[in-house]
Structures are given as structure tokens and as C-alpha cells.
Design a protein around this ligand. Structure first.
Ligand SMILES: Nc1ncnc2c1ncn2[C@@H]1O[C@H](COP(=O)(O)OP(=O)(O)OP(=O)(O)O)[C@@H](O)[C@H]1O
Length: 263
């Protein structure tokens, strides 16, 4: 077995008087690309926030790089990259200022961070906006800046929350290849998304969370074999017990059109 990078043991948390995570057990190994999926509200972001050290009052154990993160040693964070779903991006900064700032937070010196950031921006054909304020960037351009910022310090473990948000089809292909190549180099990727066909293609392991507990865990081929369904979307619908999409859509549309009558 290869090196264990991440381990959750009986991870449980209550938030606002409600059990949000209910005994999650998960071991993640070096080089894995984990697609972490589940219905809205299942607890995916909460799990990631706990692993990032942003939420502390959980029960159970979280080990990253072999160390219990509750032990107080935060050096593990230097080896982690994170692309949040809704990033607070500093609109008044230029891409260059923002990336140099993030690079420095991760321990790079300013010049090294700027040089690397510029090289990475150039690969995305964005070198011409390196000194432009982020407030003038489109959604996809911002997303690319976030992806660059998560990788500047060459992390060993990457947490990505909907990393393809707002990206065009060509950019999606590039990011998919980047993730595959990083994993082939031994980086570990923990990836949360609702876009099932992308998760199906890029993950070598899929973990499905339902109501704060792991409901399925395996490669796409294994999940497909177990559920006898064709696509990850079908498997997702089956395992989450959802077969009413046409009824819900029909009701929704009839309310919409009913409401459109003006007397
Ligand atoms: N600070 C909080 N206080 C109270 N409840 C919370 C808090 N944070 C999260 N929750 C609840 O925990 C549950 C899980 O939320 P979480 O954001 O982890 O879900 P998710 O799987 O990431 O959902 P989505 O797919 O919609 O992003 C939800 O019911 C949410 O309302």
C-alpha cells in the first residue's frame, strides 16, 4: 500500500443543533484523485473545512500527512492547496499583487511568487492581465487565478471545491489534464463537485456522502458494477433515492406557467 495522506476516523460534528457529519471513516492514499460527491447539504464542505483547520469543534480524528491536526502543529497547512467554491478574492488587488500575497502566505518570497505566478498566468493566456485589477476579471478568469493561487507553493494535497466553476470547455480540458498529471507525480487531490460526468472521468476513486455518512466508496467501475447503472449521474440518482426529477420539473413548470396568467 502506498503512503497514507489523509485519514478520517469516526468524524462527527453537530452544527446549529443538527448532526451534520455522522461518523465518517476514510483513508486517502498518495496519488489518489478523490471525487467527493453528495446532495446539497450532505456535509462535503464541512468535511473539507474541518480538514483545513477552519472548523475545530468536531469529534473523531483527522490525520493529515500522518499527524493529528488537533495536536496544534499547523505546519501541514504549508503542504496543502485549496480552491474554495466562493472565494473572497481581493477585488482591489491586481492578479500580480493577489498572487504574490498568497504566495507569501505559503512561505514563498515575493519575487519568486510573482515570477511563478506570471509564468502560470502565461500558460492560461492571461499574462496580459497580470497587472489588471481582479474586479475587471470575468468569472472564469477569476477561477483560473484561484487555481494558480492554490498551486504556487507546489502543495502535496489539494482540496478543490467546484474547481471548474465558470470555465469554458477548453479550460476544463486543461485543468483535467493538470489534475491528472499532478496526481501522476504523487500529489493527492480531494475534489468536490456536482458535475457528475467530470467527476466520473477524472476521479480514480469516488466517495458519495449522504446525510453526513459515506454511502458509497470505490472507483467508477466498482460503483457501476454494484449499482448496475450506466453513468455516475444514474448511480447518484439511484443511491440518493431520487427518481422524481420529471415529476418535480413538471410541478415546477406548471406553477411557473400558472403564475404567468395575468387577469
Ligand atoms: N455554521 C453552521 N451552522 C449551522 N448549520 C450549518 C453550518 N454549516 C453548515 N451547516 C449545515 O450543515 C449541512 C451540511 O452543509 P455543507 O455546506 O457541508 O453541505 P455540502 O454537502 O457542502 O452542500 P452543497 O452541495 O450544497 O455545497 C447543511 O444542512 C448546512 O445547513
Amino acid at each position: 500500500m502506498t503512503e497514507k495522506i489523509l485519514s478520517l476516523h469516526d468524524l462527527t460534528i453537530d452544527l446549529g443543533g443538527k448532526r451534520v457529519l455522522n461518523g465518517i471513516n476514510l483513508d486517502v492514499y498518495k496519488g489518489q484523485i478523490i471525487g467527493y460527491i453528495g446532495p446539497n447539504g450532505a456535509g462535503k464542505s464541512t468535511t473539507v473545512k474541518i480538514m483545513l483547520g477552519l472548523i475545530e469543534d468536531y469529534q473523531g480524528e483527522v490525520e493529515i500527512f500522518g499527524q493529528d491536526i488537533a495536536a496544534g502543529d499547523h505546519t501541514y497547512k504549508r503542504r496543502i492547496g485549496y480552491v474554495p467554491e466562493n472565494a473572497e478574492i481581493y477585488d482591489n488587488l491586481t492578479a500580480s499583487e493577489y498572487l504574490a500575497f498568497i504566495g507569501q502566505l505559503y512561505g514563498l518570497d515575493k519575487d519568486a511568487a510573482e515570477t511563478k505566478a506570471w509564468q502560470l498566468m502565461r500558460e492560461f493566456d492571461m499574462d496580459h492581465v497580470f497587472r489588471t485589477r481582479l474586479s475587471a476579471f470575468s468569472k472564469g478568469m477569476r477561477q483560473k487565478v484561484l487555481i494558480i493561487s492554490s498551486l504556487l507553493h507546489d502543495p502535496d494535497l489539494l482540496f478543490l471545491d467546484e474547481p471548474l466553476n465558470g470555465l469554458d470547455a477548453n479550460s476544463v480540458m486543461i485543468i483535467k489534464d493538470i489534475l491528472a498529471q499532478l496526481a501522476a507525480q504523487g500529489k493527492t487531490i480531494f475534489y468536490s463537485s456536482h458535475i457528475m460526468d467530470v467527476v466520473e472521468k477524472i476521479s480514480n476513486r469516488i466517495v458519495l456522502l449522504i446525510d453526513g455518512a459515506v454511502a458509497a466508496d470505490g472507483s467508477f467501475a466498482e460503483l457501476k458494477e454494484q449499482s448496475k447503472e450506466g453513468t455516475l449521474e444514474d448511480i447518484f440518482n439511484q443511491l440518493t433515492g431520487f427518481d422524481e426529477h420529471e415529476d418535480v420539473a413538471g410541478n415546477f413548470v406548471s406553477i411557473v406557467s400558472g403564475g404567468a396568467h395575468h387577469e
